[in-house]
Design a protein around this ligand. Structure first.
Ligand SMILES: [Zn+2]
Length: 264
């Protein structure tokens, strides 16, 4: 049945309010040459320390969306990331697709990760795989979290060429961008995907080429440079697609654009 004119008007009126309250941040509106690099699925005992050295060499600060289980296992690494001046956000306890969970299980995931990250975690949440529905978004709101997605997707779990990954990010990078990388990979079955060497080399290339022209800051710092830009972000992954991901170490095709294509 078609919505009446009055209902359509009401929806148009409510939409900006709903996006402000329940929108998902993708980037920040600014003219300044600043951007946020974010790293998901760690901390990883092999790759995260090497990444910290690269970031430090270029005086770049980043945001790590950690998996609670890994942070609990590697609590020394969690402390080291925090002591290095980086921000730490919540990426759930063990990385399930949230729309497939009950409300109770979703909130338990966020709270368990929060306990593992304490006292270093900030109220920033990135949904595993970028999967989110209105109910999981509401849970994050109820628990006091800002949901942070991305505007630049490195697709670094897929490519083995550092220059390809770096070029993809450089093409899409704008003032205020939030870039999504991975310093760990929780779901890859194929061994080659656990090797984060290409990601680290891509980050080094990127920082080297942009040294002196771009500053890389944490998400909370980026928010001080401009207003967060938010979208109504709803992305599901079907059980079949998720099973395929685990089998192939590949990405489910759930997104509607390059920036919104989902992956680990
Ligand atoms: Zn992830």
């Amino acid at each position: 049945m078609r919505a009446s004119g009055g209902l359509r008007f009401l929806r148009r009126l409510c939409r900006p309010v709903a996006v402000r309250a329940l929108g998902t941040m993708t980037h920040v509106s600014t003219q300044e040459p600043v951007a946020a690099l974010t790293f998901d699925d760690g901390p990883d005992p092999v790759w995260t320390p090497r990444l910290l050295e690269i970031l430090d060499a270029y005086r770049a600060r980043a945001t790590f969306f950690m998996v609670g289980q890994a942070a609990h296992r590697h609590s020394g690494l969690l402390r080291r990331v925090a002591a290095s001046g980086h921000a730490i956000g919540n990426h759930s306890w063990d990385h399930p697709s949230f729309p497939s969970l009950s409300a109770r299980a979703r909130r338990a995931q966020i709270r368990a990760c929060e306990r593992a990250l304490a006292p270093h975690g900030q109220r920033l949440f990135r949904p595993p795989y970028g999967h989110q529905d209105i109910w999981s978004r509401l849970d994050a709101l109820l628990l006091g979290y800002r949901v942070v997605a991305w505007s630049v997707w490195a697709a670094d779990w897929r490519d083995r060429s550092p220059s390809t990954i770096a070029a993809r990010v450089m093409d899409a990078l704008r003032p205020g961008s939030v870039v999504a990388f991975h310093d760990g990979l929780v779901d890859a079955v194929d061994e080659q995907y656990f090797d984060r060497g290409a990601t680290l080399d891509a980050v080094r290339l990127l920082l080297n080429r942009l040294a002196g022209t771009f500053s890389f800051v944490t998400v909370p710092e980026l928010l001080r440079h401009g207003r967060p830009q938010q979208v109504h972000w709803v992305t599901h992954g079907s059980a079949d697609v998720m099973a395929g991901l685990r089998r192939r170490g590949d990405s489910p095709a759930g997104g509607t654009s390059a920036a919104k294509s989902t992956g680990p």
